[in-house]
Design a protein around this ligand. Structure first.
Ligand code: NAD
Length: 299
């Protein structure tokens, strides 16, 4: 069993750390928020007094932080993970961040002879709690082989996507497809209702037809057909619209740096921007159903 430093014990990090503890690993965790540190201790972990202390304690160091700037700070700062980690430590960043930052931080770790992986996840808080996350991993094969049994304690599907940054590339492509498909499903259900078709009837047909997709059958944004979906509890998250907007912006940034045309990805980013600007950033991302429902064509 491993000794693991875990930095970032928020909505995702806390249940991920809890699953490491359940699997018998030792977890020394740190978060800026005192209640998050206390919750780790309640679940059998040890709270560190700083990120540096958690980093120095682990043969493996995992981070689950909000975005690129926090990852840069926590890894590259003078008292950061790269400065403080044990010489043979393996570093795994599970946050969703931009590809450039992921590659820059991994290169910096490499200069200090530290192995590092980017390993963002799909599956949300429910998947983090159940230990069924999908991990998409970028980095060297040797680092991946060492990480795999650790990641298995938190996830069900672990995929090596290639060199550093490729995990983040997979994640933002996944979420760009998801954001666009969620909006498409919302538009279909709004149009159907205005044509006099019930939500359940459209669902029964489309869930067995060519428009079938996870946004519809796993997470239907129209209340009714999928009982566990956030649409049946006032769009309480789940995965917030603000986080979806963050990931769509990351995808647009990557499209820009690679001169890739992503017109639907761009439209999805614009629509989520309007939705979030209207004060709905804390709602589940499927709540964009409400926004689509309010729109009327000018024609
Ligand atoms: P969160 O805001 O709940 O957790 C982030 C935690 O990091 C917070 O507790 C915060 O206090 C802590 N933190 C920030 N800066 C820190 C620092 N310098 N030192 C120590 N701790 C620090 O966010 P989350 O929902 O857990 O998401 C984490 C990452 O996972 C994000 O990149 C997000 O995009 C990604 N993600 C989230 C979901 C989801 O459904 N919530 C799903 C997949 C991926």
């Amino acid at each position: 069993m491993a000794t693991i430093g875990f930095i970032g014990l928020g909505n995702m990090g806390a249940p991920m750390a809890a699953n490491l503890l359940k699997a018998g690993h030792q977890v020394i965790g740190y978060d800026l928020v005192a209640s998050a540190r206390a919750a780790l201790e309640e679940r059998g972990g040890r709270a560190a007094t700083s990120a540096a202390e958690a980093a120095a304690a682990g043969e493996i160091v995992i981070t689950m932080l909000p975005a690129g700037p926090q990852v840069r700070e926590v890894y590259l700062g003078p008292d950061g993970i790269i400065a403080r980690a044990k010489p043979d430590a393996l570093l795994i960043d599970c946050s969703t961040i931009d590809v450039e930052t992921a590659r820059a931080v991994a290169a910096n770790a490499g200069e200090s002879q530290l192995l590092m992986l980017d390993a963002p996840v799909s599956g949300g808080v429910i998947g983090a709690e159940a230990g069924t996350l999908t991990f998409m991993v970028g980095g060297e094969a040797a680092a991946y082989a060492r990480a795999e049994p650790i990641l298995q304690a938190m996830g069900r599907t672990i995929v090596h996507a290639g060199p550093a940054g490729n995990g983040q590339s997979a994640k933002i492509c996944n979420n760009m497809i998801l954001g666009a498909s969620m909006i498409a499903v919302c538009e279909g259900f709004v149009l159907a209702e205005r044509l006099g078709l019930s939500v359940q009837t459209l669902f029964d047909i489309c869930s067995k037809s060519t428009s079938q997709c996870w946004a519809m059958t796993g997470y239907c944004p129209a209340p009714g057909p999928v009982p566990a979906a956030p649409s049946n509890r006032g769009y309480a998250p789940g995965f917030t619209a603000a986080n979806m907007l963050k990931d769509l912006r990351l995808a647009q940034q990557a499209a820009g740096t690679t001169a890739t045309a992503t017109p639907l990805g761009a439209a999805a980013a614009n629509l989520y921007q309007m939705f979030v600007d209207g004060g709905a950033g804390g709602l589940d991302f499927s709540g964009i159903m409400r926004f689509i429902n309010l729109q009327e064509s000018n024609r």
